[in-house]
Design a binder for this molecule. Structure first.
Ligand code: COA
Length: 175
């Protein structure tokens, strides 16, 4: 994982075109913009910064190699032996080329580095692309909260809680 935002072509954890790095202050506005384009409850840059300042929290961004703008992000929090994926989203222009898979693999790796044994996340029941992604990384449904997400258009969707053990599932090379 690249640590240095200044060198945007630094090599590590690459797909053919994308690489991962830890979130840098310069990425916060881009994360907020992708979040706003992806979810009804947009997180401001200040909120993203506040989340990242919480103990045990990590943030990963994917960017196209040699580009400084980000293509997606994953935020997670490790507490004791558990990690929650707090948010994961890919810029609309970069979807469908496995950036989400790269970010999720990076988050799983980071959770393991932080000592987590179990991963959790919540996803809208009707979010088929995200559920496909999580299923491909061995997450399985463990709970359901009806009408959890209420959208701006008035519709609602259940939240499905998904979980996987760190040691038993796969982390792909998202090439
Ligand atoms: C969910 C999201 C992160 C996926 O990112 P992505 O980079 O487009 O996904 P990937 O290209 O890595 O594909 C992930 C899986 O979904 C499948 N997929 C991708 N686009 C798809 C589509 N339009 N329809 C059906 N399946 C699709 C892929 O086949 C892939 O499965 P595979 O690895 O078994 O081949 C992205 O769509 C997104 O940001 N959505 C809005 C925010 C969101 O819903 N976040 C998750 C909240 S819990």
């Amino acid at each position: 994982m690249a640590n240095d935002h200044a060198n945007c072509s630094e090599e590590s954890n690459r797909t053919h075109e994308y690489e991962l790095a830890f979130v840098h202050e310069n990425d916060i506005a881009g994360i907020a913009a992708i979040h706003a384009a992806s979810f009804d409850d947009a997180w401001s840059g200040a909120m993203v910064r506040r989340i990242l300042s919480m103990p045990g929290t990590f943030g990963i961004v994917a960017r196209q190699i040699r580009q400084c703008s980000i293509a997606g992000f994953a935020l997670g929090r490790v507490a004791a032996d558990q990690c929650e994926i707090l948010s994961l989203a890919v810029d609309t222009q970069h979807r469908g080329v496995r950036v989400g898979g790269l970010l999720l693999d990076g988050a799983i790796h980071q959770a393991a580095e932080g000592g987590a044994e179990t991963l959790f996340l919540e996803v809208a029941e009707d979010n088929n692309v995200a559920r496909t992604l999580y299923h491909s990384r061995d997450f399985a449904p463990v709970g359901r909260r009806p009408n959890y997400y209420v959208r701006k258009d008035g519709t609602s969707a259940a939240a499905v809680t998904m979980s996987r053990e760190i040691g038993v599932g796969s982390v792909r090379n998202s090439a």
